[in-house]
Design a protein around this ligand. Structure first.
Ligand SMILES: [Zn+2]
Ligand SMILES: [Zn+2]
Length: 351
């Protein structure tokens, strides 16, 4: 059942029926993605169906928002579990590499295994309707025991928040959270996807989630913001950030369909754009002032004293005002304090 076929084009793509899902035994202990793939594959007939590959499930878990790429302390980008995955349960497991170094492996706790199983078909881009019939007794009932019907897969009235019901409850109803980047989507100020009708996340470009069958446009990410849509989105973001955008104005912007219409929009709201420029100029100025203040403070703190990096009976290493490290003999006229070194006796050029 597990042998790899050279040519598997005659096999049906991997998917699971409700009956097959029910037969899968999940692990009470946290397991690796590979182990979960093994368990999922056990439910299907490998002679008729293409078996699931580990990389496929890993990719689907990224798309489904279980894992995200995040910068680590050492600056490297690594896959880390999202808040959603953490809530469901992951455990960390380090593994030493043959060439030295260590990678972090994430093991999936049972509720997370179950959530993935629950949405497996949608996650893999297969028929999402296959997932609606499956509600194992142990799984938290998402809709009060009521079966989801295909009609519920229509675009929600506002936002794309079906993945974040708990948190969204306490936030104003016009804010929803993106299934992909988990950023806020102010639904009143979002552009609908021309293909699926879901609001496009302004931060990552995602629209209909894989859980609801996914949208091919969604996969373009930020790349979808080109031409007119990019201009409209930039205007939206700038006006919104400066608190200048009203729902009525945005509705007009949303209806802009051509460069001419955009020009007309800019003309109609010329005073708004002037205000925007003023605010942005003020912000720039404020920023420059803050920066100048910081530089001044750094120099002021030192008042001719320099922060000691290290000190020995012979040498003292200190930090210059520009941040460079410099070493001088630890002898008069250099006066070494607890934290700072006093170089007032040294000519400025030699400090
Ligand atoms: Zn997003
Ligand atoms: Zn779409």
């Amino acid at each position: 059942m597990y042998e790899q076929k050279q040519n598997d084009s005659h096999l049906t793509p991997f998917c699971l029926t409700a009956r097959q899902k029910a037969a899968i035994s999940l692990s009470e202990m946290p397991i690796s993605t590979a182990e979960l793939v093994y368990r999922l594959n056990e439910a299907v007939d490998g002679r008729r169906m293409r078996l699931l590959k580990i990389a496929e499930l890993e990719e689907a878990m990224m798309r489904g928002g279980y894992f995200v790429y995040e910068a680590q302390e050492d600056g490297k980008i690594a896959k880390t579990p999202s808040d959603k995955a953490k809530t469901l349960g992951v455990s960390m497991d380090g593994k030493r590499l043959a060439g030295g170094g260590e990678v972090t492996l994430w093991r999936l706790c049972r509720p997370l295994q179950q959530d993935i199983l629950l949405h497996i078909n949608a996650l893999l881009g297969q028929d999402a309707a296959l997932d609606w019939d499956f509600a194992p007794a142990a799984a938290p009932q998402k809709s009060g025991g009521v079966r989801r019907t295909p009609q519920e897969a229509q675009p929600p009235a506002v936002g794309a928040a079906e993945d974040r019901p708990r948190k969204a409850e306490n936030t104003p109803s016009h804010f929803r959270y993106c299934w992909n980047c988990e950023g806020k989507i102010p639904a009143r100020f979002s552009f609908p996807c021309p293909s699926c009708g879901w609001p496009i996340c302004p931060k990552c470009g995602a629209c209909r989630s894989p859980r609801m069958g996914g949208c091919p446009e969604s996969k373009k990410g930020m790349g979808r913001f080109t031409g007119l849509l990019k201009e409209k989105n930039d205007i939206r973001t700038q006006l919104l950030n400066s608190r200048l955008l009203s729902t009525a104005t945005f509705d007009e912007l949303r209806q802009v369909e051509s460069p001419d219409a955009l020009r007309a929009f800019r003309q109609k709201y010329a005073s708004l754009f002037e205000q925007l420029e003023t605010i942005r100029a003020e912000k720039r100025e404020q920023h420059a002032e803050e920066k100048a203040e910081k530089v001044k403070e750094a120099k002021l703190n030192q008042r001719g004293f320099f922060k000691i990096v290290s000190v020995s009976p012979r040498l003292v290493t200190y930090q210059t005002a520009s941040g460079l490290k410099k070493t001088l003999p630890n002898q008069p006229p250099v006066r070494v304090g607890k934290e700072y070194v006093d170089l007032t006796g040294i000519p400025p050029a030699e400090r």
